[in-house]
Design a protein. Sequence first.
Length: 395
Amino acid sequence: MSAFAADWLNLLLRWAHLVVGIGWIGTSFYFIALDFSLRKRERMNEGVYGTAWLVHGGGFYHVEKYLVAPKTLPADLVWYKWEAYLTWVTGFALLIVQYYWHANLYLIDRSVLALRPSEAIVISAASLAAGWFIYDFLCRSWIGRSTPRLAACVFVLIVAAAYFYQHVFSGRGALIHVGAFVGTVMAVNVFGIIIPNQKKITAALVAGRDPDPRLGAIGKQRSLHNNYLTLPVLVMMVSGHYPMLTGHPQSWLLVTLIVIIGAMVRHFFNRHDAGDPVGKIAWTLPVAAAGLAVAVFLTWPRVPELAAGVVVSDAEVLTIVDKHCVMCHSPRPTHEGVEEPPKGVTLDTIDGIRRHGQSVLTQAVRTKTMPVGNDTAMTDEERARLGAWLQAHQE
């Protein structure tokens, strides 16, 4: 497949992923907020747990929630499931197109672990499946009977996955896999737990039996998990655009902070929707701010230093760049799978290197995310000398 066709396929899948993902996130945020906003009223229909009055789009809505289900169901009952299913399907398709198809370029970093593409793909798929089974075991075990205990264990599971991926894949591959790992848990929660439980409740009603209230409680638990995991997943999904994250030597620690920040922000809004006084939940915002401050500190730009008085010539920089960068960043790239310079960046001349100096400094020196996968084995000494020249010639 030509690079042109591959780019269009990637774009269309990414577009579809965004569209259905927005739908899934929107319904998750809406229904959790709705659930927390329900109030007891003096007069409610039989079996109603609570109601909410809403205004939107020039009209008023009156919503009722049944603790289990009404005695009879309407024929036009709406099921919210395809947003979740298609988000995972399009996301996994993107993983195939971007990372499996070009495993040597984006997924594998031989300075981290020397893998063949087939090995990397098997590890990827197997770890995503294993993540779900471990998570589901935690929820079904005695651990799942305590919300704080379960939250702590799921948190440790995600951090452990981040640590594992950092020591197996490239920087970009590691963080996108953390997102895929959590996203898979969220999608299978819908496909394997929430929707099947709702179907069992519906089947019981149709058969004239009383539904098992545990089924609804379990579905609500998994739905709430999905809600708290959404914000960290979004950061993981866009992490490939930010080398300060993907190129960090302890990216698993950044994942830890991102999960804490996202959970605190979601908790604030969830409890605010539930009607808790701001003074009672305000503690979450300083915790999130502290986590953000630590993340900024950990990613603060640092450039390797050379011994005092060392001067790097233009000719030496051209030699370094020609060895490690020009196979992709030239008018006619020679790297397999690259048919045009990424983002139009060409580095085959001194003027080109100087013009894109800040990007080169970030990508190749500070974060070491370039060359991709370090397949040319660029040394720390070469990065330091390139960085010294770039800093001396900043425009």
